[in-house]
Design a protein around this ligand. Structure first.
Ligand code: ANZ
Ligand code: ZN
Length: 859
């Protein structure tokens, strides 16, 4: 029989599906709706293995749901704004729009070659005005509702490139491109009021029972709700107004040894204004640290002693020194803290540096009261010590006691605070959604009327000098004020690309309309029943999307609380890494130090540059030996990526899909291997052979009950596995079925089994399934066929194995119906060929039957 030819079948069925509109989602279908979505890709240029794995999983579920009677929405689009397009513009002189659109075209074709059942009629790219213009409309709605505001805030400023950097672009305190020391600068920036929804976003997590617990925990921690105390420290003498401090550990108040305020705190600013000696240099030094929390966390603690003292609220004779400190953030709490070195690591580092007292006030037991604190602060709760009226209380009780005392004496109030901050959406970049605002000398900040949307990006921009191309464009920003008509200036900030990915799933659901979305239609599909993507988006993307839906609900535009009811985070595709040594010309310093003209450095080797010889692995271009490194996530920097395109050429789409599903549980990493993909290709041929119609010659037997049972069991089991996204388990069940089929004799059941097998593999290897379906004379396309009907009676385990003994010795076993009567079992046992030989024509003396277990024949 002919082999299955993937190259021909892949393109044939892909065209067929497209021509018939097989995966077109019908908004008006009466069927139950099912929305399956994978996180849409950034159009970097090529589909990578991570995409293949992610989209294969979603595709199997989507195709399965269609077979089980659902109207399925499974769309695809492009998260098309962002820095890489601007980097390409700077490096290669290509326009970001051209670069992006060419990448989209190439990647679309690659996705189509893998045979994903997608509704391409809903395709969108966030960089097109049809999309971002609608996003501008939503921004204006939020603006009108008070969910958008502008405020001064600190940014990472690259003084050489004269540009604002994202936190990820600051590496070890330096600009990633210029290498210049990054400064903190204040700029007026746009914010979305996500904090208005902090409680809702936290409490909403409880309803998400189909989300991984670890993702919910990460979100909860990011939102970070805590109960604390805001308290007032009076300043000793002088006219200054005192400092409000926020703490989540009011119990530790007797362990305080200093008060510290942020560099941006009004008190610090007052001291700068007053010309306090030495303060300017200190402020400049602090500005050099980036704005990322992690960076501030690890930066060396810096303090400036203001010379002021704060009065302890529980003891007017106790004075604490007041510092300005770099680890205190202005936009958290009140921008001021009291430091308790024994129980807070940052405070301890600070206290050691500035030689401040360290007093333990919480201990595991009263005997531990004097246990010394060395380099590690002790943040565990316990019993209060050295704490006057709190002594002996638990930390919890002490917290409540201090809050009560503060409230009754009027120096503080108990509060709830969130770690979550408002979402800063301003980017000083070209390739993003222009913020639809105009600045007018007379009217101030003016919203662009919706009739003037979209505000389209100008095409003629240059990237040869650093900074924001929109800002230096000769004409774009000069517009007339929409209110008074006088010359005004367009906002040149664009929106964070996370805004684009916060509502694309709503746009997909509604289809292309000339509003952001059609509420009624979108609500038919939403929420997304199954969302699949990388765990790297567990916090920001998912939180922003959850916020965006809630904001729309608040505006009365969409009646959905949570956008994604089911979430699955898949593992990564990994691969071995390879390294070799190459000789590079030495720099003058190296020459001086080493006395050689070349230095030997280790470099990564791409799999296609490997020379696999009997005596080992070698680097083909240089002939140097290669050593095999760790298995790591596929990444360009380590050169361990495997390009899907040649794999598809060589093995076909089905083999690639099968490999993605079979080798690892979907939440775990999947190590790519040549042997794995070869095995997958063999499997495809094996399924092909089993669906050969010639095997099904008619047979008069009553059918094979065990084969029928296996079929029903496999259909039911795979349905469960696919619903639970446990694809590797589904694959294992297919293997069992294949083994049984290969052994089964030709029969009507055998033919039925081949038909069922095709249906069961159809979501996973759809091209082969279509060809096989056609070959057995199935109706229409297998993509439109129904999942095999499972007979529940077939799932019941109703056969038992009966041991047959002669004179107490095991001679045979037989299968019998559970609960079969004694005389039936006796007859079956005596009829056994093995028993007949032993009895040799004599009749048994006695027969003992234990129902469902054994028959003992006494000869
Ligand atoms: C005294 C104290 C004692 C604190 C102790 C902690 C441990 P979480 O719990 O993460 O929300 N803090 C308050 N505002 C700050 C700011 N603007 N910048 C930097 N740190 C600030 O953090 C709350 C704790 O972080 C607060 O409780 C405060 O230090 C500090 F054993 O007050 B604590
Ligand atoms: Zn005006």
């Amino acid at each position: 029989a002919a082999r299955f030819d993937p190259a021909a079948a892949d393109s044939r069925w892909q065209q067929e599906w497209a021509a018939r509109g097989t995966f077109h989602a019908d908004d008006d279908s009466p069927k139950p709706k099912s929305y399956v979505l994978e996180m849409f890709p950034y159009p970097s240029g090529r589909i990578h293995m991570g995409h293949v794995r992610n989209y294969t999983m979603g595709d199997v579920l989507a195709r399965f749901r269609r077979m089980t009677g659902h109207e399925v929405l499974h769309p695809m689009g492009w998260d098309a704004f962002g820095m890489p397009a601007e980097n390409a513009a700077m490096e290669k002189g290509v326009h970001p729009g051209d670069w992006t659109r060419a990448n989209i075209a190439a990647m679309r074709e690659q996705l189509q070659r893998i045979g994903f059942g997608l509704d391409w009629s809903r395709e969108l790219a966030t960089c097109e005005p049809e999309y971002y213009g609608q996003e501008q409309a939503l921004f204006l709605d939020m603006f009108a509702a008070g969910l958008v505001y502008r405020k001064e805030s600190a940014v990472n400023w690259d003084p050489v490139d004269m540009t604002v950097l994202a936190n990820e672009q600051v590496i070890d305190g330096r600009g990633w491109r210029s290498g210049a020391l990054v400064e903190r600068r204040k700029l007026s920036q746009w914010f979305l009021k996500i904090t208005d929804f902090a409680d809702e976003l936290l409490e909403g997590l409880e309803s998400l029972d189909q989300w991984p617990d670890k993702v919910k925990l990460m979100q909860a921690n990011w939102i970070g709700r805590s109960r604390g105390l805001r308290l007032h420290f009076a300043l000793d003498g002088g006219p200054l107004p005192g400092v409000e401090v926020f703490t989540t550990r009011p119990d530790t108040i007797f362990g305080a040894s200093f008060v510290a305020v942020s560099v941006d705190h009004p008190l610090a600013q007052a001291l700068v204004a007053a010309g306090t000696p030495g303060i300017d240099a200190f402020v400049a030094e602090c500005r050099r640290t980036g704005t990322a929390a992690a960076e501030i966390e690890t930066a060396e603690k810096l303090g400036f002693d203001t010379g002021l003292s704060a009065v302890h609220p529980l003891d007017p004779t106790w004075k604490l020194p007041v510092f300005i400190a770099n680890f205190v953030l202005m936009d958290y709490g009140t921008g001021a803290v009291f430091g308790v070195p024994a129980h807070d690591q940052r405070d301890l580092d600070f206290a050691r540096k500035y030689m401040l007292p360290v007093t333990r006030v919480v201990a595991a037991s009263p005997e531990q009261a004097e246990a010394p604190i060395h380099d590690e602060a002790d943040s565990t709760p316990g019993l209060m010590v050295h704490s006057r009226f709190l002594d002996g209380m638990t930390s919890e009780a002490a917290k409540a006691a201090v809050i009560a005392r503060a409230e009754s004496e009027g120096w503080g109030t108990g509060t709830t605070v969130f770690r979550l901050r408002d979402w800063g959406v301003s980017r000083q970049r070209y390739w993003g959604t222009p913020i639809p605002i105009v600045h007018c000398g007379t009217c101030g900040v003016v919203a662009v009327p919706k009739a003037q949307l979209p505000i389209v990006l100008p095409e003629d921009v240059s990237f040869d000098i650093p900074g924001n191309p929109l800002d230096r464009h000769p004409t774009w920003k000069h517009v007339d004020c929409p209110k008074c008509g006088q010359p005004a200036r367009r906002e040149t900030d664009t929106l964070d690309t996370f805004a684009d990915s916060s509502w694309y799933y709503i746009r997909f659901a509604s289809g292309p309309v000339d509003r952001p979305f059609d509420k009624a239609v979108a609500e038919r599909w939403l929420p997304v029943g199954q969302y699949i993507g990388g765990v790297e988006h567990a916090i920001l993307h998912l939180l922003y999307a959850r916020f965006w839906t809630r904001a729309l609900r608040h505006l009365g535009q969409l009646d959905i609380a949570e956008p994604f009811t089911g979430l699955f985070t898949q593992g990564m595709v990994t691969h071995e890494t390879y390294q070799t040594k190459v000789d590079l010309p030495a720099t003058p310093e190296e020459k001086g130090a080493l006395g050689t003209d070349t230095v030997s450095v280790s470099t990564w080797v791409a799999p296609e540059d490997l020379d696999r010889r009997a005596d080992g692995l070698f680097h083909r271009p240089t002939g140097h030996p290669v050593h095999v490194g760790r298995v790591e996530k596929m990444s360009k920097s380590k050169k361990n990526t495997v390009d899907p395109a040649p794999i598809l050429d060589r093995y076909g789409a089905d083999a690639a899909r099968w490999f993605m599903l079979s080798d690892s549980p979907p939440e775990r990493d999947l190590p790519w291997s040549e042997a794995g993909i070869e095995g997958a290709a063999r499997l495809v041929q094996r399924v092909w052979r089993l669906t050969e119609p010639a095997l099904d010659t008619v047979d008069a037997s009553n059918g094979d009950i065990s084969l029928r049972k296996l079929l029903h069991r496999t259909s039911a089991g795979i349905a469960e596995d696919v619903e639970a996204l446990q694809f590797n388990k589904a694959v294992a069940k297919i293997f069992t079925l294949l083994g049984a089929l290969e052994k089964a004799a030709p029969s009507p059941d055998r033919r039925e089994a081949a038909r069922t097998l095709i249906l069961l593999v159809a979501p996973m290897i759809p091209h082969l399934a279509e060809s096989a379906w056609e070959r057995i004379g199935g109706d229409g396309l297998v993509a439109d066929a129904a999942w095999p009907v499972v007979d529940p009676a077939m799932l019941v385990d109703d056969e038992v194995t009966i041991a047959i003994q002669v004179n107490g010795k095991l001679r045979d076993t037989i299968m019998a119906a559970k609960g079969a009567p004694k005389d039936e079992l006796e007859a079956l046992a005596i009829a056994s060929a093995k028993v007949q030989i032993i009895l040799a024509g004599a009749s048994p003396k006695k027969v003992i039957v234990v129902p469902d277990r054994l028959v003992n024949i006494v000869a």
